[in-house]
Design a protein around this ligand. Sequence first.
Ligand code: NAD
Length: 361
Amino acid sequence: MPVVDPDGIEDFARLVIEQIGGTQATAAAVAESLVGADLVGHSSHGLVRLSAYTDLARAGGVDPAASPHATAAGPFTQLRGGDAFGQVTGRDAVEILIDEASTDGMSVVGIRESGHLGRIGEWAERVASEGLLFASWVNLQGGSQRIAPAGTADRRLGTNPLTQAIPTFDVLPFDLVYDGATSQVAHGKIIERDGSGEQLPSAWTITGSGEPVEKAASFESGTGALLPLGGKAAGHKGFGLAVMAELFAGIIGGGKVSTEERQAWVGNGGAFMAFDPTCFVTQERLEEQIETVTAHIRSAEPIDGSEVLLPGEPEYRTAERYRAKGLPIPELTAADLRELADELNLTDALPDGLAAGSAQQ
Ligand code: NAD
């Protein structure tokens, strides 16, 4: 697998977005977020999306030059993405949340008509790093329907992620962040296998016969559906959470929800919230609570060679490793990036490790 310098590949991604009409600020935001997702181990939301974002911009699904528009009433803000890249809308949302919640104790930002917000954990981490609690419900605005209601194999909802973050101050080297799709896996984990020909894990999907979908390509051409989180045994729980995310995001964001009429482009609506925890407990007490509960969790005896981890810890550890040793780029994504570079006359901008003639690791 090629291994690259994260800064080098971020520069390349920035040039791509600039070349398709993004301002410098937009290009920097998109590039930072995509590489950031790869760095924390979520390659499903990283550079694998760059060529799709480029296609989307060409097809009019996102406007690289657009800016979001905010309307505020006290701690409540409605943010309309206006077809801007989701990485721009996400940054605006985070800025509003931090400003408001740091001064008034709380803030709610409803988001509609946003481009793809990518890895929602990024927004959660940014808010938590300012000492604030974060919670969000996100939907796909009626597009990208992939999850089947429990007991069916019909696609009805997006993979509607739920995300929460708790700042840990000096107790842990990372903030606690739960960030996951309400399906067995994020759809991106299927996208990144498309073209590989490998068998999909059987617990991910279901078809009308009750059997799983075998290959990513088959899923991408419309066969079967993603099982809700909890799978065949307890999918009613994940599906319940997906319904709540669909409607919390729809109601607070004010945008579209899933219906027979599907939005053509991948994009997000959402309800983002931030709270200052010190409105409820002192920072000392919060640290004590985190210390107590995490020590108790870590005292559990691992079985089968596993390790006890906390939410947000896999991403923290992966980023530490990749920053030190270089960022591995999955083969299919590497091929995609080389093709994109060729198409845009940017082959000279590919970093070592991806450029033609680079040694593979
Ligand atoms: P995942 O299953 O990899 O991780 C979910 C959560 O579990 C994370 O918070 C992680 O820290 C935690 N975790 C993982 N292993 C753990 C362990 N052993 N012990 C304790 N905690 C552990 O995530 P996913 O459902 O595949 O989602 C991946 C990404 O997809 C997320 O960033 C999500 O925001 C994104 N997503 C985005 C959209 C969108 O429309 N923008 C839609 C769906 C998902």
